[in-house]
Design a protein around this ligand. Structure first.
Ligand code: FAD
Length: 373
């Protein structure tokens, strides 16, 4: 990259489903564009530690469960069906790298300059790129900046839950996608889509799964009747639910997970134990170190970047998209549709095109748990 001009029409900060289609579309439109990603791989949460690896595990675990239990009534016997977790994880990793590598290929094709580092807005039209491998920051000058920094797992409100994915006892979704052995018992905090998907994966592989939820229903935001039916189906499949409990703490007690919780309606404190406890209480926008305060980009509740209906922030020339802005945490909402009168805006144009590319994922897979709902 050194020796080349570091002046761009657009700099995109974040290479997830918000950022990478935006950068590609800008390249297709003939803009000089750069994308800065600090993960070391393109594709963001979705491709690396979200939609794709979770669906890979859901698919593999479904095949295993079918072969182990589901074929008998059809007269097909498959004795001694075994799960090799190491191979399963390798298959998942290969699925991920195939896709993330594909985006790098598209970046090359459409002449998007890819910087591995952390982007910090230092002034309107100026982004400091702090390289991953260390060393001095490079300044990228640009007409347009697109914030696509995504989201990270939320904490459990009012509780002491310290996630340590390396220790593999108290984990978030990233850690739960990467367990090295099949736990005997798993507790999932939160009956949202991510928690239920992860719970389904491990239950199919033989884990006893208990979901602890504050509310009296699962999958908030989804139609009541569907949620009710969905819970019945999951229960029939063997998943257990503790509804109406407020988690107070989840701790690693010498390699075992201990969860303390209070019934929301009053009553005695209860304790559960498991090999692994998954904290899955949603996600919050990620804007740490972005430099929003350097230029006065307005952040709203929970650090969400505020935008108008054209993806524009309050600072001219700075746009935002994806999980970092309002709307559902979901790849498809990362790329909302806008009316034709806004097509002239670079941020909008790229975003809309992205939606066409990504739209199928959410509809097909956001409630991927193999049931008849
Ligand atoms: C387990 C799981 C399963 C999911 N399943 C689905 C599903 O089936 N369907 C669906 O539609 N959605 C799903 N989602 C949600 C989906 O992953 C997100 O909605 C989507 O990834 C949001 O895209 P984004 O580009 O806004 O953010 P992200 O994908 O989070 O990407 C943002 C990127 O920006 C980078 N970044 C942040 N700050 C900086 C900075 N300052 N400089 C440089 N880089 C930076 C981050 O490293 C990250 O790679 C799932 C999420 C999880 C966790």
């Amino acid at each position: 990259m050194l020796g080349r001009s570091l002046t761009y029409d657009m700099v995109v900060i974040g290479g997830g489903p918000g950022g990478y289609p935006t950068a590609i579309k800008a390249g297709q439109l003939g803009m000089k564009v750069a994308c800065i990603e600090m993960r070391g791989r393109l594709g963001g949460t979705c491709l690396n530690v979200g939609c794709i690896p979770s669906k890979a595990l859901l698919h593999s675990s479904h095949l295993y469960e079918e072969a182990a239990k589901g074929w008998g009534p059809h007269g097909i016997s498959a004795d001694n069906v075994k799960m090799d977790l190491d191979k399963l994880m390798k298959h998942k990793a290969k699925t991920v790298t195939g896709l993330t590598g594909g985006i790098e290929g598209l970046f090359k094709k459409y002449k998007v300059d890819y910087f591995k580092g952390k982007g910090e807005i230092t002034a309107p039209g100026s982004v400091a790129m702090h390289p991953m491998e260390g060393g001095p920051a490079q300044t990228l000058s640009t007409k347009n900046i697109v914030i696509a920094t995504g989201s990270v797992p939320a904490g459990v409100p009012g509780a002491t839950v310290t996630v340590d994915n390396d220790a593999k006892v108290i984990v978030d979704s990233t850690g739960c996608l990467d367990l090295e052995k099949i736990p005997e018992k798993l507790i999932v905090i939160g009956a949202g889509v991510i928690g239920l998907e992860m719970g389904s994966v491990w239950r199919r592989l033989g884990t006893e799964v208990t979901v602890v939820e504050y509310l009296d229903r699962i999958t908030p935001g989804i139609d009541d009747e569907i949620a009710k039916k969905f819970k019945q189906i999951l229960e029939k499949q063997g998943m257990k639910f503790k509804m109406g409990y407020a988690v107070k703490s989840a701790t690693n007690e010498g390699g075992k997970g201990k969860l303390v919780m209070d019934p929301v309606g009053g009553g005695a404190t209860e304790t559960l134990e498991a090999d692994v406890i998954l904290s899955a209480t949603g996600r919050v926008p990620y804007t740490e170190g972005l430099g929003a305060e350097n230029v006065g980009v307005k952040l709203g509740a929970r650090g969400m970047v505020e935008i108008d209906d054209h993806f524009a922030t309050n600072v001219p020339g700075i746009y935002a998209i994806g999980d970092a802005v309002r709307g559902a945490i979901c790849s498809v909402y990362t790329l909302p549709q806008r009316s034709s009168q806004h097509r002239a805006q670079p941020g909008w144009l790229c975003a809309r095109r992205g939606r066409e590319r990504e739209g199928r994922w959410c509809g097909e897979e956001s409630l991927y748990a193999r049931c008849d709902v």
